[in-house]
Design a protein around this ligand. Structure first.
Ligand code: G3P
Ligand code: CA
Length: 242
């Protein structure tokens, strides 16, 4: 099976991360899926941004959780990446789904609830996915593994994958005992033995954030299920010449 390419925060290498511009570019570059990060606004709307604060990726400052949707929409989410992107806004998850449901892309949603808790984040996200008929082509991920258990409780058919950055003693056993469908480790801690161990246990593996063509080649050679990359076009080029 061909390795799937997930565009990390969209085609975020060259375009402003987690914006419609970056997501649409990822589709043009042949990504199979799009990874994005979700928080809740003060008025409890699922919103797509990476950090807990707006400081790094917008012209505003402060915590996402303290902004209303109206306030967030006034910020530029693209200016920091270049003047030509100055009109890019922070998208709501619903805006992304309105567009994505018209494509054949897979959604890789990451709940950003490992630093701040967002009560109801899983429920609200699943409700939106159901509304746009996207539940069947969504993978739920988080560094907060309890949150993934909650996802399965809400929607038993959910595909879940745990994010982690440090090696685990028995990754396959952990995934199986947690009822996870996949693991998304940092590429730095992936080796061929881990890939075999997970596949033998029917667990998918999709490392993040793979931007080097050399690392891509090695992972593709190991028949990895997917990679999460800022450069989907680069990943496709590497895959196509193998
Ligand atoms: O989905 C993998 C990756 O997005 C996890 O790290 O910090 O980029 O959200 P981060
Ligand atoms: Ca992420």
């Amino acid at each position: 099976m061909r390795t799937k390419i997930f565009a990390h925060r969209g085609a975020s290498g060259k375009y402003p991360e987690n914006t419609m511009t970056a997501f649409k570019q990822a589709e043009k570059e042949g990504a199979d899926g799009i990874e994005l990060d979700v928080h809740l606004t003060r008025d409890r709307i699922p919103i797509v941004i990476h950090d807990e604060t707006v400081d790094r990726t917008t012209d505003g400052y402060g915590f996402v959780k303290d902004y209303s949707i109206e306030g967030l929409k006034k910020l530029s989410a693209g200016h920091w990446k270049g003047w030509k992107f100055r009109n890019a806004q922070i998208p709501t998850l619903e805006e992304v789904l309105q567009w994505m449901s018209q494509t054949s892309l897979t959604l890789l949603v990451e709940f950003k609830n490992n630093i701040l808790p967002y009560k109801g984040l899983e429920h609200k996200t699943i409700d939106l996915l159901r509304k746009y008929n996207m539940l069947e082509r969504t993978i739920f991920s988080s560094f907060n593994h309890e949150s993934l258990l909650k996802v399965k409780q809400i929607y038993n058919g959910a595909e879940t994958a745990a994010l982690y950055g440090k090696p685990m003693a028995s990754a396959a056993h952990y995934a199986t005992s947690m009822g996870l469908d996949g693991l998304h480790p940092s590429y730095r801690i992936v080796n061929e033995k881990l890939v075999h161990e997970l596949h033998a246990n029917n667990i998918k593996i999709r490392p993040y954030t793979v931007n080097s063509p050399q690392v891509m080649e090695v992972l593709f050679d190991w028949q990895i299920d997917g990679i999460i990359t800022d450069y989907p076009q680069r990943a496709n080029e590497v895959l196509n010449r193998m």
